[in-house]
Write a protein that binds this ligand. Sequence first.
Ligand SMILES: [Ca+2]
Ligand SMILES: [Ca+2]
Ligand SMILES: [Ca+2]
Length: 330
Amino acid sequence: MSIVSRRGRGLAAVLVGVSALASVGCGEGPDPREDTQAPVQQVSAPLDNLSAPTVALTAPAPGSFLRGTVTLTADASDDVGVSRVDFFDGATLIGSATQAPFSVSWNTTTVVSGTHPLTAQAFDVEDNSATSSAVSVLVDNFVPIILTGSPQYNPQSQNYVRGIVGLSWAVTDQSLSGVALVELLRNGSFVASQPGHSGVTYNFTWDTRVMGNTSYSLTLRATDNAGNVQTNTRTLVVDNALPSSVLTAPAHGAVVSGLVTLSANASDSQALIYVAFEIDGVLQSPFSATAPFTRTWDTTGKSGTHVIVAVAYDRAGNSRRSNAATVTVP
Ligand SMILES: [Ca+2]
Ligand SMILES: [Ca+2]
Ligand SMILES: [Ca+2]
């Protein structure tokens, strides 16, 4: 028995050999020698292919955050056979698969970032079809945005830091998939991390007192829920070493009058910013920013005893007071 299928819903022609009709009965029948081939009778019988396939989109999962190229997969089955599965983004055909496992690649960078409804439509060999439930996904091909927070750069301290430093960055993700993870790296190595949160600011504390006095590359790496990564790197120079400061004039115990030159030697292993002379506990401005560090003191009308100190400052904010010189103005 053979079954011949043709296009069309419902019924298929079936050819049945009726050999039982051959050579039965009386001698009035045909010459058996002429009837060795069985007559053929054509009847109609149902091909069991009335039902549409069943189909479900199995990947990505509902609510997935997607970036780049992803794989869409569907489970499809049919009473006779699935001929193909079409995958759709809304009404747009993404691609077709003709063999199980039914899957196609989807380059999400070709579509607008945002929510997309995905469906799979399965066809059987008779073109019966069914469409899966829609799976809503969020395409996010935008990296997070990172803005440097503190420490703020300023002309005085520049990038020099000391002690316990508060670090902060502002991280946002343009209201797409959202920030998933924020990591702090130092010279490329992991230091600490924080999960994404509803706020914008991410704070870290850095104890530089256990670090060597040198420059460090600090990187904030932000990853969104779709896996997009953005980094922001800044260089900070640790300086926990005090400058040197020696008052060289006037001499301790000197008697001075008129215009007196105050003078100091000062230096710093990283960056000296200025030397300030202090007279009787009061810093005298302007400060002296370049060597030789001097300042003229007008002693007119200042009869009495005075104490002079040179205070040296580095850019990180460390300072050192020199030896004190006590002088007398007659
Ligand atoms: Ca079917
Ligand atoms: Ca994003
Ligand atoms: Ca220093």
